[in-house]
Design a protein around this ligand. Sequence first.
Ligand SMILES: [Zn+2]
Ligand SMILES: [Zn+2]
Length: 292
Amino acid sequence: MLENTITREQFQTLLPTICDEDTSLDSAGWSTENPLWGHCAIVSLVAQNLFGGELLRASLAETPGLEHMRSHYWNRLGDGSVEDFTKPQFCGNYPSKLKAEPRERSYALSFPETVKRYKLLAWRVARAFNEGNQIFKDSIYQKCFYAALDSPCQKMKFGCVITRNGEIIYEGCNKTIECLRSLCEPRCIRLSIASRTESMLGACGHAEEGLWEVVHRGIPISECELYVVGVHTNGLSWLKGQVEHTCLRCAVLMHDARLRKIYVPVVDRWQGITTETALVTARRYATQEKKV
Ligand SMILES: [Zn+2]
Ligand SMILES: [Zn+2]
């Protein structure tokens, strides 16, 4: 199995091959000669997923010729080092006297256009990391992956798509249950609990619990199928090695709701399991008969 990480050097080398006019803030100004043009915010967001640390931002309002780009983003990584992965976009004329200020991720992601480009770039990084893997050609897998990127979970992001007779009726992720928030602040309680056990403990609702939203809409769950995908907090895909569902909390829910089928990504394809099988496989982890 591959290590689930990429190095800074690999990331820097990968960038020009996955950045284009669709991921650039300035598609009109983008060219193959300068592939990183207009990519600073989303590259910094993806780099923060991969290498930790914080986002740095400076205004370009006073930088002649770059005023229209408004701001520039780069990173102070988890180990304290400062990295500007889109530096090559300035072609040797790096703006001088930039006043760096740390910026919250939530600020950069408060612009819907940035979110769209960020998700596309994150997807391309994950796809490149799993080069040739055909699940990255699957549109439901992509929707699950995009949904997972919205998860605030510090341990693992999950994205879920629910279909009814082949039509997508729900897309969502594991997200904070407000009344339980203190369980995971500042540090997620689940980081000190063995994975796949004690599944009720934690402030994050589970992605599969999106099923309730479908219930509230009055849709019969027995006509629905559910797809669920894990994404590591570094933004890379978690693909299962075997067909199984590993969470007893969700397995019980899906079984009692009479969900038609559950699909999980195994190596490079979807594999479907019944809710009975999910109960059996999840139970083994819950009792620690099987361990991660
Ligand atoms: Zn969590
Ligand atoms: Zn669960």
